[in-house]
Design a protein around this ligand. Structure first.
Ligand code: ZN
Length: 275
């Protein structure tokens, strides 16, 4: 049940019905590293109460620059376990289910129950993002994808520092149409990817900072809250934060009619919408 005293300062701007909607919404977070963890931690303060956490990795000392609240005693724990403890310490009544496994194993086993309303991607590689996008399209579920990155020249000077939110709703545009780079995909979309400023090298192990992750995770969370409260409104699908120039860009993108996911003959058209 919603605790009105705990969420009083939220309810003053959200209203009680919206706070209840947030309280009832189940989020599945794929990738509980720097981006996914800070998203969950902000989401619990907003009043989200039901989390499915998916990540096969364990906490290492190299994660300490971007995991809020991590302690040396957490080293060696699964990241989902660390995050579960964080959420339950904050709210012992929260529902948290952990999956210390990778995305493909989870999709293969079909264990992802109860079915979440929104999928969140804090994944660090594009093939996993594509697999998740395919699954979200098949399930008729929205997918919020977070990414951040820093590009250095070979001399080590900073070339680019930024982050993006990509938001897929059934009907598109999907992540492919929003520039997700997948090897072998069309040159046209590759050009679109460059034009939208998508950050390169996210499949490698780039530098990572909590300040950048916190900005983009919370921009994504704001977008999600607005969508949940008023799904019928217009919401941006692609937001790019250019930290070197302190700019937030909302980029309009349309579905490619040839897209295998959200195009005219895409897979989302071949499955019945799920409730
Ligand atoms: Zn598409």
């Amino acid at each position: 049940m919603l605790n009105l005293e705990r969420w009083d300062r939220n309810i003053r701007w959200l209203g009680e019905a919206a706070q209840q909607k947030i309280f009832n919404t189940t989020l599945a977070i794929f990738g509980c590293g720097g981006l996914g963890a800070i998203f969950v931690q902000s989401a619990m303060h907003v009043g989200f109460n039901k989390f499915l956490l998916i990540d096969p990795d364990r906490v290492e000392l190299s994660n300490f620059n971007r995991l809020l609240g991590v302690q040396e005693s957490d080293v060696g724990k699964y990241k989902v376990e660390f995050l579960e403890q964080t959420v339950l310490s904050f709210n012992p009544q929260a529902f948290v289910k952990t999956f210390p496994t990778d995305l493909q194993n989870l999709l293969d086993t079909g264990d992802l129950l109860p079915t979440p309303e929104v999928w969140i991607s804090g994944l660090d590689n594009n093939l996993s993002r594509l697999a998740l996008q395919l699954f979200a399209a098949q399930q008729g579920k929205p997918l919020l994808d977070l990414g951040s990155g820093i590009i250095l020249s070979t001399e080590g000077t900073l070339q680019e520092k930024g982050a993006q939110v990509r938001f897929y709703r059934p009907g598109g545009p999907c992540l492919l149409c929003q520039g997700l780079k997948v090897q072998g995909y069309s040159e046209t979309l590759e050009q679109a990817r460059r034009a939208t400023g998508y950050i390169q090298n996210t499949d490698l192990s780039p530098p990572s900072v909590i300040t950048l992750n916190a900005v983009i995770a919370n921009i994504g969370l704001n977008l999600l809250i607005n969508y949940l409260i008023k799904p019928e409104d217009q919401h941006p699908c692609y937001l790019y934060y250019d930290e070197l120039n302190y700019r937030l860009l909302s980029i309009e993108i349309y579905s490619d009619p040839r897209c295998p996911i959200c195009g005219q003959d895409g897979i989302e058209k071949t499955v019945l919408p799920k409730k």
